[in-house]
Design a protein around this ligand. Structure first.
Ligand SMILES: NC(=O)c1ccc[n+]([C@@H]2O[C@H](COP(=O)([O-])OP(=O)(O)OC[C@H]3O[C@@H](n4cnc5c(N)ncnc54)[C@H](O)[C@@H]3O)[C@@H](O)[C@H]2O)c1
Ligand SMILES: O=c1ccn([C@@H]2O[C@H](COP(=O)(O)OP(=O)(O)O[C@H]3O[C@H](CO)[C@@H](O)[C@H](O)[C@H]3O)[C@@H](O)[C@H]2O)c(=O)[nH]1
Length: 488
């Protein structure tokens, strides 16, 4: 490994570009030419706290411990902390359980509900609490960010860096700085930075250990250096794997905006292809082939062009709404009007899955038995927040259908979100005697289900493929009436 190029790139848009270090020996933790820059106030390996141990925070805490950092996870939810401390991840995320247990056993990773302990322990405090959509509004609910900062600040006894990771309205970092100034003891010099997170559920560990980029919103050289020390493990892994970890060092508002801009772009791309699905449906075209054809253009790319029941989850839907609300507050709401259309296209696809089912069962859902496959907003997750699958299921039930749902990981969460429908413990049980089957999450198990076996269980071989994840030719050959989203 000796002589491998140190592949980190730093694009500084606010501060002066950092010097690009020469090749290093990976066994060295501090680069020779950086030794002078790393002042006494920058620990070699900062001790990290992670405030909020949900999908983002728990993954971040465990992954940073895996990279060799001492990490303390903090949450106000005692049951979550008890579970984590006991080696159980309170949600489904591939690979995380094993990594949690490994790092608990080394003693590098611990969990607490005590902010006093967190303040005492940490050099860097990551704010990873939720920023859900506010009830009755499109805006983000910022009360958890406020409570985390206000709970931590009075206990601080030395200079530390408070790093926002939650997805927030632009302007939040400045507000957090004010909160810290109001609530931390005077004279400590506590600073704030913004470091948005781009991990995807289902790939959360991989995305944390091997991010496609890092973004540091900072106001001082010290904050930048603290973040560089904090992510040194990530950079070193990149070097070891001959992979770059591009890092954009910028100001607060840019860092905050990068996150909502990225999610808005992703949501727009999905709604674009779903708009093409709407047109394909009336024109007799096939949107999956259209997507394949336009995706070969490298300027467009083939990712995020899967038409279906649209986007859901704890991020894209609420983030595009909060972004619009914030733009309105800033007097530039007109610039983001298209996001309203993006949201509406997304909702129409949910409705379309309902109307296709209605059509398949002969015009009325009242009393129809419908087997639903999928509840989570995407495969390899148990997350049902704003899940298109749950929304479609609810609408089917409201239209009078007798619905039975199966999902490999999401049944417990789905039952809490939608207690009024029936749940089965296998796909076969969910579709038994069904008048129609509706696939709403593209789990491997459903993509590769045998249409002959399933066909023997149902009353009528009718399937709505809400994720365009089945092969229509194979299902039709097995005698099924097949309806996809935007495909003939
Ligand atoms: N889930 C993702 O894939 C993902 C990815 C990138 C960014 N984000 C952003 O990260 C943030 C967190 O999202 P999430 O999905 O992890 O949410 P989550 O609801 O799973 O977790 C939030 C956690 O914060 C805890 N909490 C609330 N108030 C607290 C307080 N005062 N102190 C300590 N803990 C507190 C809650 O108990 C909960 O465990 C959001 O802003 C989200 O938009 C999420
Ligand atoms: O071609 C596609 C791709 C995705 N989806 C749907 O879009 C939603 C979101 O998918 P994805 O982005 O993979 O999931 P998340 O885990 O919510 O991740 C998004 O939201 C996170 C939280 O902000 C960000 O960190 C990630 O970068 C961003 O991809 C899901 O319902 C998918 O089924 C489609 O319908 N078609």
């Amino acid at each position: 490994m000796v002589g491998t190029t140190y592949a980190r790139t730093v694009e500084a848009t606010r501060t002066a570009p950092a010097p690009r270090p020469a090749p290093i020996e990976l066994t060295r933790w501090v680069l020779p030419q950086e030794e002078a820059r790393v002042s006494e106030s920058i620990p070699q390996r900062p001790r990290l706290t992670v405030l909020g141990t949900g999908y983002l925070g728990a993954t971040h805490a465990v992954s940073m411990a895996e990279l060799g950092y001492e990490v303390l996870g903090v949450d106000v939810d005692e049951s979550k902390i008890t579970k984590l401390a006991d080696g159980q991840v309170p949600f489904h995320e591939p690979g995380l359980d094993e990594m949690l247990r490994r790092n608990l056993s080394t003693g590098r990773l611990r969990f607490t509900t005590s902010y006093a302990e967190a303040a005492e322990f940490g050099d860097v405090h990551f704010v990873c609490v939720g920023t859900p959509q506010k009830a009755g509004s499109m805006a983000a609910d910022m009360r958890y960010v406020e409570s985390a900062v206000v709970s931590l600040a009075p206990h601080l006894t030395r200079k530390a860096l408070v790093v926002g990771k939650s997805t927030v309205p632009v302007g939040t970092a400045e507000w957090v700085e004010e909160l810290v100034a109001q609530h931390a003891p005077a004279g400590l010099g506590v600073e704030v930075a913004w470091n948005p997170e781009f991990l995807r559920e289902g790939f959360a560990v991989e995305d944390t250990l091997r991010p496609d980029r890092l973004v540091f919103g900072v106001k001082s050289e010290w904050a930048q250096q603290m973040l560089e020390a904090t992510y040194k493990g990530v950079y070193e892994l990149g070097v070891a794997e001959d992979r770059e970890v591009p890092t954009v060092v910028t100001d607060f508002p840019t860092a905050e905006l990068v996150k909502v801009a990225a999610n808005s772009y992703l949501a727009t791309k999905i709604s674009f292809i779903n708009a093409m699905a709407e047109v394909s449906e009336v024109a007799g075209a096939d949107v999956t082939q259209l997507a394949r054809a336009i995706g070969y253009d490298v300027r467009i790319g083939n990712k995020f062009l899967r038409a279906g029941v649209g986007f859901g989850g704890g991020c894209l839907p609420k983030d595009i709404r909060a972004f619009q609300a914030r733009a309105d507050e800033l007097g530039v709401g007109h610039a983001l009007r298209f996001l309203n259309e993006v949201d509406q296209i997304n909702d129409r696809r949910r409705e379309k899955a309902v109307s296709l089912t209605e059509e398949l069962v002969g015009g009325s859902l009242d009393g129809a038995r419908v087997g639903v496959l999928g509840a989570t907003f995407k495969p390899n997750s148990d997350d049902v927040r704003d899940s298109p699958a749950v929304a479609v299921t609810r609408r089917l039930a409201e239209a009078g259908a007798q619905v039975t749902v199966y999902d490999p990981q999401g049944i417990d969460n789905a039952r809490r979100a939608l207690p009024t429908v029936a749940y089965a413990t296998s796909a076969l049980d969910a579709i038994r005697d069904a008048d129609a089957v509706v696939v709403l999450t593209e789990w491997e198990e459903f993509r590769h289900a045998d249409p002959v076996t399933l066909g023997n269980a149902v009353a009528h071989k009718r399937v709505v493929d809400g994720r365009n994840c089945l092969d229509p030719a194979v299902w039709r050959a097995a005698g099924w009436e097949y309806r996809g989203m935007g495909r003939a």
